[in-house]
Structure formats: structure tokens, C-alpha cells
Design a protein around this ligand. Sequence first.
Ligand code: TYD
Length: 207
Amino acid sequence: MDGKFIVMEGLDGSGKTTQLRLLEEHLSGKGLIVDVTAEPTVSTLGGMIRDALSGYIRRTDCEIAALFAADRVQHNVNPVWGIEKLLSQGRTVLCDRYYYSSMAYQGTLTDWDWVAGMNLNSPQIRKPDLCIFLDVDYERSMARMNSGNRTYLEIYENPEMLIATRKSYYRAFEQLKDRDNIVIIDAARSIEEVAAAVAKAADTLFL
Ligand code: TYD
């Protein structure tokens, strides 16, 4: 039987990385074999995206949107580390960001329907079994980013973009509410409280 595919979404600084690690521990503790993966991926395309996001290489928003979609296809189909491969082995796959990020970030920067269509209609971009959205407002997002030991801000890490992105996450969830399994979690609480809510949402897949 195929394993389950769970996606974690949220603004930068929403605590995704910490919560993914805690969810991995929780699910491993139940005896599941869990893999954690992320987008942009480790592929060549992922490297091109990182160069664009850091501002090292200038690319248009449309180029970035198309690169993310191509990287996501690679993430699904790669014969060694691809999502399809791992799921077919019965493993549980946890993914840091997925097409909801493309809708939220590139959807508003380019054309919403183009980005949504490219991702949702692709035969090689699988629909997750669950999307968990860690919801924080932009103030908390900025504060958490600035308290980290980061030496540069990525092109999207400014208040205007964070406010717009949170709004378009909600637009995506509204559009997908009858199609995808989406759970929104208030992530302005303690790490333990958020972790408990995340675990509860994930547990519904393993009843
Ligand atoms: P990264 O530093 O790798 O991860 P994070 O900030 O989540 O720890 O940066 C990922 C950046 O990529 C983040 O700013 C959101 C952006 N992004 C998109 O704009 N579109 C997408 O489809 C994805 C997957 C990410």
C-alpha cells in the first residue's frame, strides 16, 4: 500500500522546519518509516531557483513560477528520491512547501490561473493526502526571521510581500477547499501546543 504524503506550509518564520522535525518524530514513534523532503529541491532546477531567490541571478516572476513547477515535477518523478518512489515503498513523506506556496507566492506575482493550472492540472504533480498550514501574521513572521542567524533576506522577505502572501494562501485554500485536505493551525502558540495540533491533524490519516 502507498504511504501518505503530507505537506507543511506557512510563511517564512512560521515554524515549519521545527514542526516538521517534531512531526517526523511523532510519526516515527508510531512505527512509520518517514522521509522529510523540501521544495525547492536538491535538483539542478532547485539550485536555479535558490540563485534567483537570493538575488544572485535576476529572473522574472514568470521564470521563477515555471522553474518551481518543473522542480516539483522532478520532485515527484525522480527515480531515486522522488515522492512517487518513496510512497510506493510504503514510506510516509513529509514535504516542506508544495504547490500551495507557488499559488501564494507566484500566483499573485504573475497570473493566478496560470500558476494554479500549471500545478493542479499537471499529471505528474500529485495531490497531497494532507496540507497543514501554520498560520502566523506577518509581524510574527518577520520577528522570527530576524531573530535567526540569517545573513541575507530573500527577495520575498519583506512586510508587503508577507501580507500579500498570507492573503493569497487563503485564496488558494478557498479555491481548493473541496479538492484538497487542508488543515489551518494557529501557529502563534507555543511549540508544544502547535506540535500537538499538527500531530492530531496527521493522525487522522493513520486511523
Ligand atoms: P527556503 O529558505 O528554502 O525555505 P524556508 O524559507 O521555507 O525555510 O526558501 C523557500 C522560499 O521559496 C520561500 O521564500 C518561499 C519560496 N517558494 C515560492 O515562492 N514558491 C514555491 O512554490 C515554493 C515551494 C517556495
